[in-house]
Design a protein around this ligand. Sequence first.
Ligand SMILES: [Zn+2]
Ligand SMILES: [Zn+2]
Length: 342
Amino acid sequence: MPVIDYKCPNCGSGMVFDGRTGALTCQGCGRQDNIEGIPDPLEQVSAEDQRREYQCNSCGAAIMADAVTTATVCSFCGSAAVLGDRLTGELAPAKVLPFLISKEEAMVAFRKWCRNGLLTPDGFMTADRIKGITGVYVPFWLYELHNRVEVHGHATKVRTYTRGDYQYTETQHYAVYRKLRLNYVNLPIDASEKMNDELMDKLEPFPYERMKGFKSPYLAGYIADKYSYDEQALLPRAKEKIRSYIESSISSAVTGYTSVSFTDKQIDTTMKQADYCLIPVWMVKYDYNRSEYVFAMNGQTGKVVGKPPISKAKVAAWFAGVSGATFLSLKVISWMMGGGFL
Ligand SMILES: [Zn+2]
Ligand SMILES: [Zn+2]
């Protein structure tokens, strides 16, 4: 059976992963099972069994899944459905960062983010939209990159002093050579085609010390995708991401000069390791007036990114109401600019 669901041994109801208790939890009787302690049903699934169509184990309905889905929820009966054949072999995640923030907490944060509708267009914050909050495990590669850096350059020290009636400027010239070993661990790169890279970068940092070895019950009740790009395909992006850290390490290794110019920089990067990981994100995605807006929340730390639509009419009305109170107006402007929406 390539579709895995998690039935309660007591009452037969569906079980889902509850981030607050960290346990696989029965929605019927409340039984809680520690995920580390139970055998993963994934161990009985073979990757050769890859399918295009899946059926819900509970109600028999066809499961709506696109080509990259690895975990979803049956749209008829609500059972968790984990597509086991897409999580084995080379598609087996090494690690998972489980959800810690609950759906209720994410819903409260979404309301707050919309300022309870104070400035968002009418009808934007409907109950439907709030219910549409989805817990998604986003596929990532976590890189360990080792770098051998060698730089050559030219530096000067300039000294000015006065002797008698004369002012002297003395310039000393130096040949600069530095050799650095710079190793970076836990460098995350989003491996999902569907996710906006910039948005995912903004959700960082993730507490990697809370990562667990992958077990499929962590996905029960959530949506998950497999990676769209492998670790080799994303290596250039990983190198690009550490570039600014390398540059600042080089700068701080060459100090005490008036000027420094580099003639040659050699950066030799080795990919020591790349782990396929799943990272928790609460999401609401929506179109409004032909623009796409995304609410995204780090499922471990609660950090929120994205920008809600703003109703110009409501902002104007609000301006009229608070004219004279300059600091409030300034605050509204900063919201409109999308800056301080916290
Ligand atoms: Zn039960
Ligand atoms: Zn079903």
